[in-house]
Design a protein around this ligand. Structure first.
Ligand SMILES: [Zn+2]
Length: 294
């Protein structure tokens, strides 16, 4: 399977899941990934769950995370959701090359939606000279998110061990887009067929998107979950989740919505192309990746 781009249709919308590359998180530069991803999980239950998924001990030692952006051509607008992790590691920063492979050049994009201000979602906002990568686009972000990263809150509130790397990316990739920026703080339509959803917790103004065309629904959930096990264990949050209680409430809301609407779901860090459906089992959920072989 091509793991660079994956084309699919949603009603009349032409969509492409676009990989920006991957990064391998492993000790000693990084805590054991299972402990990072499931920070509050009881140790025994965690090992047992990983074994059930054939992820033990591998997931303990390394986590190869994809970074999956989304291009949507609505007919009226060419939209890009998130700009990837350029600068984060040797195998990231492939967004433009992969967009090109999908027939899209930076000038074609008129709307860039940033789900949140983490390095792996804003890394491609600017080019090597610090100019906006998408010269003709308006960049759209949730207001609380922009304020968090640009008005001193991040400096004051982030844990010391992640603060410097997060701020380095925010300082490089946020101020230069200010002239093209539009902030939203309501669950409003950004372009016709693409609606902002408040999904706070992972970061203060984390945003999901409800995309619909001709009755077909796509929920772009970004980092509401980072791993398929987060659907089954919705109370297990990641070390990088800013407000754990809010993360759990947001997960429950968004996953309930995904089931009720039988929506296709795109999750930024799940195995490429990050697309699947969600089924409910009692008070928890399960990830059903789409088949990409047909
Ligand atoms: Zn992320």
């Amino acid at each position: 399977m091509n793991t660079d781009i994956y084309r699919f249709k949603l009603g009349d919308f032409q969509c492409i899941a676009v990989s920006d590359g991957t990064h391998t998180y492993s000790p000693p530069t990084f805590p054991p990934p299972a402990i990072f991803l499931f920070a509050n999980a009881p140790r025994e239950r965690l090992e047992e769950t990983l074994r059930e998924h054939n992820l033990y001990p591998r997931q303990w030692a390394e986590w190869v995370s994809p970074y999956i952006c989304l291009a949507v051509n609505t007919g009226e607008h060419q939209v890009l959701v998130d700009t990837g992790a350029d600068g984060l590691g040797p195998d990231t920063g492939k967004l433009l090359q992969h967009l090109q492979a999908g027939g899209i050049s930076p000038e074609d994009i008129d709307t860039v939606i940033i789900t949140h201000g983490h390095p792996d979602h804003i890394g491609g906002n600017t080019d090597s000279e610090g100019r906006p990568t998408f010269p003709d686009a308006r960049y759209v972000m949730w207001k609380d998110e922009w304020d968090f990263w640009t008005s001193g809150q991040a400096e004051a509130k982030l844990d010391e061990h992640v603060r410097e790397v997060l701020l380095k990316f925010a300082r490089k990739n946020l101020p230069p887009i200010q002239g093209q920026l539009e902030l939203v703080d309501l669950e409003t339509e950004i372009v016709s067929g693409i609606r902002a959803l408040a999904a706070p917790g992972h970061t203060p103004g984390h945003m999901a998107l409800a995309i619909s065309s001709r009755g077909e629904q796509l929920l772009c959930i970004s980092d509401v979950v980072l791993h398929p096990i987060h659907l089954e264990q919705p109370e297990w949050y990641a070390a990088v989740d800013f407000a754990p209680e809010q993360v759990v409430a947001t997960r429950r809301r968004i996953l309930t919505m995904a089931v009720a609407e039988e929506a296709l779901v795109l999750a930024f860090h799940l195995p490429f192309p990050g697309l699947g459906h969600v089924s409910q089992k009692d008070d928890t959920w399960q990830w059903k990746p789409i088949s990409t072989t047909g």
